[in-house]
Design a protein. Structure first.
Length: 334
């Protein structure tokens, strides 16, 4: 359980509300930002004004040197071929490379020579100045947020603030595509992913009845259970899986989230009723720990042996980790 205990706080802090998602309050602002830029973006014209979570920013020319203060956004910038040259990094762990970049896209970042803007998610204004960016990307919340420094960053270079927790990576890609002039690449990334999902969906044999996705943290802890409408549930449903609803009154979250409800261990038997349970950011050791809990012994998934690890990169969904998850599900249910 040592590995999973490191993941749950990361899930709650870095992943927002998303752990990557859809439908929260920030999405309306993101949509209006896209609409505001669409006229100039469709023609590839500069300068363009981008509406975002902290206001409006004029970007004078197509960026060539982007600094990402949000580790969770960097993967989407890479996926749309935006010229991100430096990114904040977290502490190296089981889900990162040695620099602290998320492992699902770390090789891409290395190949493109993306440098560490600052380590351990410890904001460093001088490091941003030294990077000399022509666009700075910031997230609204999460452990990788530098939103409190928006004014300082805006004095260095045009700065936009995005809410990766209120939207899917696909929606975020479209928003970032307009801000960076990479609209076509953003659309291509989504189309490539959608085609891959369809290809896998046509090949797999779906399990019977409904499924749950659980961020399992063990006895004595609250455990995250995915909601319909969140990004993790969306990936499963895009392949044809049916995600079980969570009974009302079980969520212990002080501020309810769009993607996950947090359920006490004692109530997990009421929430994890699916015939198949997928364990978020888990390996086989976590699967065995889940199945070994006496309180969970009568769950349908435990009785049938349908408890499945989703792999270490599944905690934070972007283009790269979503593709990896789809591939894993394809292999598991082929």
């Amino acid at each position: 359980m040592k590995f999973q205990r490191k993941i749950l706080p990361l899930l709650a802090a870095v992943a927002v509300a998303g752990i990557a998602l859809s439908g929260c309050s920030g999405s309306a602002d993101a949509t209006s930002g896209s609409a505001g830029a669409s006229a100039s973006a469709s023609q590839g014209e500069w300068p363009r004004t981008i509406k975002h979570e902290s206001g409006e920013t004029v970007i004078p020319a197509k960026p060539k040197n982007i600094a990402s203060t949000s580790l969770s956004v960097t993967g989407t910038l890479l996926a749309i071929d935006a010229p991100v040259t430096s990114s904040a990094a977290t502490n190296p762990s089981d889900v990162t490379d040695s620099q602290g970049f998320f492992s699902q896209w770390a090789k891409v970042a290395t190949d493109r020579k993306v440098g560490v803007l600052y380590p351990a998610l410890e904001f460093d204004l001088e490091a941003v100045v030294a990077a000399a960016p022509d666009l700075i990307v910031v997230s609204t919340s999460g452990a990788d947020s530098a939103a409190d420094h928006y004014k300082e960053l805006s004095a260095i270079a045009p700065t936009i603030v995005v809410n990766y927790g209120s939207q899917s990576w696909q929606e975020l890609a479209a928003e970032l595509g307009e801000a960076t002039g990479q609209e076509a690449a953003a659309s291509a990334a989504v189309s490539t992913y959608d085609a891959h999902v369809k290809d896998i969906a046509d090949k797999i044999k779906l399990p019977e009845a409904e499924s749950n996705i659980i961020s399992f943290n063990g006895a004595g802890q609250d455990n995250g259970v995915a909601k319909k409408g969140g990004s993790h549930a969306d990936v499963l449903e895009s392949l044809g899986f049916k995600v079980a609803d969570i009974p009302e009154g079980l969520d212990t979250s002080a501020q309810p989230r769009q993607d996950f409800a947090f359920i006490s261990f004692e109530n997990l038997t009421k929430a994890a009723t699916g015939n198949t349970v997928f364990l978020l950011a888990a390996d086989n050791a976590v699967v065995e720990a889940f199945k070994g809990e006496k309180v969970l012994a009568n769950l349908p998934s435990v009785k049938s042996g349908q408890v499945i690890a989703m792999g270490p990169t599944s905690f934070r969904l972007d283009y790269y980790s979503s593709t990896q998850l789809v591939d894993l599900l394809g292999e598991t249910f082929s």
